[in-house]
Write a protein of this length. Sequence first.
Length: 184
Amino acid sequence: MTSGVVAKRYARALFDVAAERNRLDAVEEQLEEIVQLFRTNREFHRFLTHPLIPAEEKKAFIDRLAGGAWVEELRNLLHLLIDRGRMNALPAIAEVYRRLASEARGVVDAEVTTAVPLGQEAQEAIADRLGRAIGKRVRVTSVVDPAILGGLVVRVGNRVIDGSVRSQLNRFQQTLVRTGSQVQ
């Protein structure tokens, strides 16, 4: 089974249980915190993924770390991933879970790429305008890529709206090539 399929199955199961118990937000927040720790703390990552450390030791560590603060659904997921040797799938599971939770709330994620950093006000204006266009609330993630020169590239799901200066220049160049014009 591919890691994408694995992530979708675990995320869907976690989502279904969290939704049934009305804990979508709590699970999402805590899952993001754990994934951040998993990505940034090498010792934490190494310990939970090391094949020679017994699963019971890893689960006891998770329980001590949680100290009653983590929701039961999350502890159960982590125990299951440890038992099945799938802890490396945790970041992908979190990403799929986030999408499922966002969909349930009527929120879509949009990645907006610009040549220079966007301020909070600009992000909110873009989110508002996109939201009106697609009829949903939009959560904007800003990415800076100086290679686009100016304008912006918006990704919402599998749709891409490319309003970058770079793509406009490329289209202009292709038009010139097609018509046989030469730029000097």
